[in-house]
Design a protein around this ligand. Sequence first.
Ligand SMILES: CCCCCCCCCCCCCCCC(=O)SCCNC(=O)CCNC(=O)[C@H](O)C(C)(C)COP(=O)(O)OP(=O)(O)OC[C@H]1O[C@@H](n2cnc3c(N)ncnc32)[C@H](O)[C@@H]1OP(=O)(O)O
Length: 152
Amino acid sequence: MSSESSAPTGITAEAGAHADAHPLNVHLPTDKELVLKVIPMPGDCNANGDIFGGWVMAQVDLAGSVLPARYANGRMATVAVNQFVFKQPVRVGDILSFFSSVSRIGTTSVTVQVEVYAERFRSQGRYIKVTEASLTYVAIDDSGRPRKIVRD
Ligand SMILES: CCCCCCCCCCCCCCCC(=O)SCCNC(=O)CCNC(=O)[C@H](O)C(C)(C)COP(=O)(O)OP(=O)(O)OC[C@H]1O[C@@H](n2cnc3c(N)ncnc32)[C@H](O)[C@@H]1OP(=O)(O)O
């Protein structure tokens, strides 16, 4: 992740101004695209009162599908979650920003890296990296079989 960041389109540059105020505060990535923003609600909590990891995984699966969809041109399926790290808990009301980049384009598959940053509800403009993951998506035909990706 770049430590010298100007914020991507749609994201305030305030992160940079506050990034050193707390050891957990970080700059947003400049080498990834913002693909999803969402706010978890109380119904998404686990028994500890933090956001359930499975809910986060579902959002990451959706966010991760955005860039591969540009290559798949049709149906696709997640074939693998290669890596998934919950670095910090997610809380109710966090404003979550999902950033993604393509790391590999194969014959039928596209692999992406996804990073999730939280703005605590009362500390907007200060970002904490809460999750990072790598997922692989496969373009599939009408029968659910892998289909070749057409590259420009
Ligand atoms: C009109 C248009 C509508 C569009 C609509 C849009 C909807 C917009 C929302 C989209 C939202 C999507 C995001 C939610 C997506 C799900 O929730 S999908 C549900 C969960 N996933 C599944 O149920 C998939 C179940 N698995 C399968 O059906 C089969 O394994 C698959 C995926 C068809 C692959 O079949 P396969 O015979 O295993 O394929 P195989 O030839 O061995 O490998 C295919 C590719 O996968 C790679 N691969 C296989 N295993 C692995 C592994 N373990 N690790 C890494 N890579 C692997 C291979 O390397 C290969 O890549 P390439 O080298 O060809 O690039």
